[in-house]
Design a binder for this molecule. Structure first.
Ligand code: NAD
Ligand code: GLY
Length: 370
């Protein structure tokens, strides 16, 4: 078992990582949750596979209710948040209630948003069940729901009181989801953790030491969040690959890519920009491309003109006054920020990237499995 402490000016909490931790949940949550009513927010896929283990592990911390929303991004809406408020009120919850977010990043963001707003804020425990949620979304306090005009645009910062990442839950996660989560772990390598990057590059994906990869990712994220909880400065760097990535997701109406897959293509685009700026080499680009391929991440650009992607990037909440912010690699293991790059440069980098990758149309809606 590994534990990483997240220390912020106003709070601190532990992220505990290991196999079989659901069984130890009551002990792990003793300090933060004893004496509170607990409500579990989850979704059917996760509940079917791991609900029994969660309930057994909670023991005497028996939940007052288990509230389920549909699996997938569609549940990250104000409508589903509102139904969760209904469920909390019907279960007699008050400001002493604690919410357990049991699922992937969707459940963490939605349940976290509800925890941030119900009774002006109640404690949140994260029990992430996807690799993406373990390495990234369960830590750092960003919680949100989507608006029809934009992803994550209604949200808050609400740090959890504890996070428990049971690696055994990943045994049931579809391979494509596991690979998409791995992209976010690789991100921490590219941002500066060269040892983590070396582990990811030198070890076949099936043999990754997941406890180490999750703990290292969380440690890296915790260090950045401790410096800049509200993303006024250093936290922006966690958006490596996300400027184009979010536009790719939006251009394909959130059906073309898993989040990590879009971030992988966005990161390769960032490398193309860095090559044009003579801050990274073709060898760096090839190394990262090879790494993503070894994870089995599909690497493709959508059948839409670059102009459309530009519009979407400018519409994203990371853009400011018509200027785009890119986090760009400097070789392997360092990044820098670039604001207001000229459009011809952006278009050229995209053309070069497109020449190397497959092309996808807007695929029909798909579930988690492929
Ligand atoms: P997700 O929560 O939709 O889970 C992916 C799929 O895996 C779903 O179909 C789910 O039913 C299934 N699943 C989850 N756990 C499983 C398990 N153990 N076994 C079998 N199936 C399982 O998606 P995600 O990739 O975990 O998260 C994506 C979301 O996270 C997006 O909404 C994104 O915006 C958000 N996000 C938030 C942050 C943040 O800092 N708050 C950071 C990155 C991403
Ligand atoms: N996932 C980026 C962040 O938490 O800031």
């Amino acid at each position: 078992m590994r534990a990483v402490e997240v220390r912020l000016p106003a709070c601190r909490y532990a992220v505990t990582i290991g196999r079989g931790l659901l069984e130890q949940l009551r002990r792990l949550l003793d300090e933060s949750m004893t004496g509170r009513d607990l409500v579990v927010v989850t979704e059917p896929v996760v509940w079917r596979q791991h609900g029994r283990a969660l309930l057994a592990g909670l023991g005497e911390l028996e939940p007052a209710a288990v509230l389920q929303v549909p699996s997938g991004e569609q549940a990250k809406s104000l409508a589903w948040a509102s139904r969760l408020y209904d469920g909390l009120l019907k279960a007699g919850c008050d400001r002493k209630t604690g919410i357990v977010a049991f699922g992937g990043g969707v459940i963490g963001d939605l349940a976290g948003f509800v925890a941030a707003t119900f009774m002006r804020g109640v404690p949140l425990v994260g029990v992430p069940t996807t690799l993406l949620a373990m390495v990234d979304s369960s830590v750092g306090g960003k919680v949100a729901v989507n608006h029809p005009l934009g992803k994550n645009v209604i949200g808050a910062f609400h740090q959890p009181v504890a996070v428990v990442a049971d690696l055994a839950t990943l045994d049931t996660l579809p391979t494509a989801q596991l690979a998409a989560g791995a992209v976010e772990a690789v991100k921490y390598g590219l941002l500066g953790d060269r040892e983590l990057l070396t582990h990811c590059r030198s070890t076949p994906f099936g043999k990754w030491d997941l406890a180490r990869v999750v703990a290292d990712s969380v440690r890296n994220k915790a260090a950045v969040v401790a410096l800049d909880e509200r993303e006024a400065g250093p936290r922006r760097r966690l958006n490596l690959g996300h400027t184009l990535g979010h536009a790719l997701e939006a251009a394909t109406r959130y059906r073309g890519y898993l989040h990590g897959e879009a971030v992988a293509v966005g990161t390769l685009y960032a490398f193309r920009l860095s090559i044009l700026r003579e801050r990274a080499s073709e060898a760096d680009f090839e190394a990262v491309l090879e790494l993503y391929e070894s994870l089995g991440v599909p690497l493709a650009v959508p059948s839409v003109p670059f102009r459309r992607l530009m519009e979407l990037m400018l519409h994203d909440k990371k853009a400011h006054q018509g200027r785009l912010l890119f986090v760009l690699p400097v070789g392997l293991g360092e990044v820098e920020e670039a604001v207001g790059l000229p459009e011809p440069l952006l278009a050229r980098a995209y053309a070069e990237l497109s020449a190397r990758l497959d092309r996808i149309g807007v695929r029909p809606a798909r579930g988690g499995k492929r």
